[in-house]
Design a protein around this ligand. Sequence first.
Ligand code: CAA
Ligand code: NAD
Length: 284
Amino acid sequence: MLIERVGVIGGGLMGSGIAEVCARAGSDVIVHEINPEAAEAAMSRIEKSLDRAIEREKLDQAGRSEILSRIALSTDLTEQADRQLVIEAATENEDLKKRIFTDLDEIVTDSDAIFASNTSSIPITRIASATSRPDHVVGLHFFNPVPVMALVELVTTVMSDPGVEDRAQAYAESVGKTVIRAKDRAGFVVNMLLIPFMLGAVRMYETGVATKEDIDTAMRLGANHPMGPLELADFVGLDTTKYVADVLYEEFKEPMYASPPLLTRMVEAGLHGRKSGQGFYDYE
Ligand code: CAA
Ligand code: NAD
């Protein structure tokens, strides 16, 4: 069964990128957001990303219009009823995600529809258990910025149907991504490795080993990373980084996953990184 109708729940950093790549690949996409302002912000993120592609001569105006004609914004979850694949990319919060999937379970009519979460860390089994169709729930973990990053982690569970897993993989490949499979452990593959690295950099900065600029320069020039770890934490979002760390710590109880006090305080202060205008660096 060809997947033509896709729903994306949440149009933030990730949801807007996911909607863009799905529409670029020819799918009809409905992005669900919590209110008209958030929906407008999602659309302007998508437009900005397409404008960037035009500036770089990777897209023309006709292509831009065609992609945008396939994307609708909505604040009514019932509009997801006819979707064949729903990719949830709402705020990283387990209770919120469970609520969304419980509602989708009531709304989406096709019993063969695939439910996917883009969670960075939360075990998919817990999310799947909030529905009456856990065999149709998988993780499809895209990376930021979605139009640029080539990877998707497909997270399978002890309950997911192999046919559903294969269809989810085929769809991610059809939007141009390389898929790796991961078992359902908090953080999957990438974040289990990446989060302790970023938290280590925060600890290093907090304890005064080096300045934030020098830590970032060190990893950019000394290890050829495109961004230093503190820049990357700002880019991911400090709220998301801390939440992911908390989920990893809860699962493994390893000190390397514990959020350093500085990160916790910054999130409590509303310093969420690039998206909020202020994190380790100032973006205003
Ligand atoms: N949206 C769309 N396209 C973007 C973009 C964005 N936000 N940012 C950059 N691009 C595109 C540019 O258009 C350009 O495209 P072309 O090559 O086709 O012309 C390309 O990316 C390179 O952009 P720039 O030259 O402007 O900038 P750069 O060379 O500094 O690269 C970057 C920017 C791609 C973001 C790079 O800094 C990078 O790779 N950073 C690390 C990103 C990373 O590690 N992401 C993973 C985060 S962890 C995660 O996602 C998982 C999780 O669960 C938290
Ligand atoms: P974000 O804060 O940029 O966006 C989250 C969006 O979800 C917001 O626009 C918010 O209005 C919306 N939202 C909240 N509740 C909602 C609801 N009930 N229905 C619909 N929308 C709702 O966050 P993000 O960085 O886009 O992260 C989204 C998900 O993707 C999280 O699970 C995160 O862990 C994951 N993720 C993030 C990154 C990253 O680098 N930021 C990378 C991979 C995966």
